[in-house]
Ligand binder design. Structure first.
Ligand SMILES: Cc1cc2nc3c(=O)[nH]c(=O)nc-3n(C[C@H](O)[C@H](O)[C@H](O)COP(=O)(O)OP(=O)(O)OC[C@H]3O[C@@H](n4cnc5c(N)ncnc54)[C@H](O)[C@@H]3O)c2cc1C
Ligand code: SF4
Length: 444
């Protein structure tokens, strides 16, 4: 018997094969050469371009768009990669609507920006598909650097260090490199195995060894790495998940949204993934939206995001919220979970309405319940596994300058490091800058 959206419980195969194929296809397919030239022609090639200032990796956007406009996308790609070696992934996942495209003069004047993200993808895909790598290593320095964590920050640091002539070993406990590019980003933003293709392409620079199955705190120690290598970069992301702090949190089918997404990303046949008829996602950020949207795309009948404050406080952008509602996700504001009600596993969630006043968030007496076969927690991630002895501030590794930690010879970059938004592009910028600082300090 086949399942449908109305089948009770948590089951696979709620949709037809064509629905899965459509739902998990590329959300914004790559432009062809003609479309790219037309989009590039809208750029004014501004002097002191605001888009460039808004880009955390400071890509020379007017230059790369001009290179596309003049029919040299490979040159455009090199302009992008010189600042952001993960420019291919960033072209797919950057919230451009709150970064470069938000400040584009075309957006300000006409409400329609130059499509910088899609142009970036056109250029980077064009070059990457040739299989060539646009950079070569400098003369070898004989210096060795350990990078802990193979996410965007670690990979960007490793690439820049290798380019400068240092030998790099990247350690990561997971079977594949890429961090959240591989295990977190929504499937429809990066379909077709792009994350691994990008890692393989990045490693073509040479001089980088990736050691999977190796974790700091489980076999590796900071002292050991410091003793063996000339510098260490910590790029371990945020591996912990905040607790719901509601009764029934430990019940079956109350799960971390990040784990749900990781499982979804690793399953090539989406029809095999079991999903509830009623799914409740608790949180207000990108992870909540991605978990909710993908639950809906797997065929859940009712998917509700519940956020404890008002819409203006959600960290998911307006664009992301609109995307969620456009696929049929309901978003409820000003409500917090008080308990998960069960019959052995999750059945319903009880919420209290909240009031967000000058004295903080207060729960009101009035409550309501939502049916829930699955309850997904998307209420933030936390630093987990940072080595002892490092200064921690605001729940992250304290850094000064370009990622220098409180321990000599140890840098930190990406989500695990203090400062900057938790975005792929920010992680890349921090990894790159830490690498430049390490190079200066090793060769100085
Ligand atoms: C569900 C989800 C969706 C997202 N979507 C977007 C998006 O669309 N756009 C966007 O810009 N940003 C998005 N983000 C944020 C973005 O993915 C992160 O900001 C970015 O991946 C941070 O890079 P990082 O290298 O610091 O950390 P990570 O990508 O988390 O990589 C850290 C790496 O360190 C490894 N590691 C962890 N602990 C250890 C240890 N003890 N020893 C060794 N290695 C360790 C991990 O296995 C991992 O490979 C999303 C995040 C999530 C959770
Ligand atoms: S702000 Fe817009 S128009 Fe100006 S250079 Fe950037 S993309 Fe082009």
């Amino acid at each position: 018997m086949t399942n449908s959206q109305l089948t009770p419980g948590i089951v696979p195969g709620r949709l037809g094969a064509e629905d899965y194929a459509r739902n998990f296809s590329d959300i914004a397919p790559r432009y062809d050469a003609h479309e790219a030239r037309v989009a590039a022609d809208r750029c004014y090639f501004c002097h002191d371009a605001p888009c460039m200032t808004a880009c955390p990796t400071s890509i020379d956007i007017p230059l790369f768009i001009r290179q596309i406009a003049t029919g040299t996308p490979e040159a455009a790609a090199k302009t992008i990669f010189s600042q952001n070696i993960l420019g291919g992934m960033c072209a797919r996942v950057c919230p451009t609507e709150t970064l470069c495209e938000e400040v584009c003069v075309r957006e300000v004047a006409e409400g329609k920006p130059v499509e910088i993200g899609r142009l970036q993808r056109y250029a980077t895909d064009t070059l990457m598909e040739t299989g060539s790598h646009p950079f070569a290593r400098a003369a070898l320095t004989g210096k060795r650097v350990a990078v802990v964590g193979a996410g965007p920050a670690g990979l960007a640091a490793a690439h820049r260090l290798a380019m400068k002539g240092h030998d790099v070993v990247v350690y990561d406990p997971r079977p594949k490199a890429g961090g959240l590019n591989e295990y977190g980003i929504a499937s429809y933003k990066s379909p077709g195995g792009f994350a691994q293709a990008e890692v393989d392409w990045l490693l073509k620079i040479g001089g980088i060894t990736v050691q999977n199955g190796m974790a700091l705190g489980a076999g590796l120690t900071l002292d050991g790495l410091k003793a063996d290598q000339d510098a260490v970069v910590l790029a371990i992301g945020l591996a912990g998940v905040n607790a719901l702090r509601a009764e029934g949190e430990g019940l079956e089918n109350v799960l971390s949204a990040v784990d749900f997404i990781a499982g979804l990303r690793q399953e090539p046949e989406k029809a095999k993934l079991a999903i509830g008829r009623d799914v409740v996602v608790i949180g207000g950020g990108m992870t909540a939206v991605d978990a909710a949207v993908q639950s809906k795309l797997l065929g859940a009948e009712n998917v509700t995001i519940v956020y404890r404050r008002g819409p203006e406080k959600m960290s998911a952008s307006d664009h992301e919220q609109e995307h969620a509602t456009s696929v049929g996700v309901r978003i409820l504001h000003n409500a917090a979970p008080v308990r998960v009600i069960d019959n052995g596993a999750a059945r319903e969630v009880e919420f209290a309405y909240t009031e967000d006043g000058p004295d903080g968030l207060k729960l009101k007496d009035e409550t309501f319940r939502l049916r829930a076969d699955q309850v997904m927690k998307a209420i933030g991630q936390t630093l987990d596994g940072a080595p002892e002895g490092l200064a921690i501030e605001g729940g992250k590794i304290a850094v000064t300058g370009a990622g220098r930690t409180s321990v000599q010879g140890v840098w930190a970059a990406g989500d695990c490091a203090l400062g900057g938004e938790d975005l792929t592009v920010t992680a890349v910028a921090e990894g790159r800058d830490a690498a430049e600082d390490i190079h200066a300090s090793l060769m100085g």
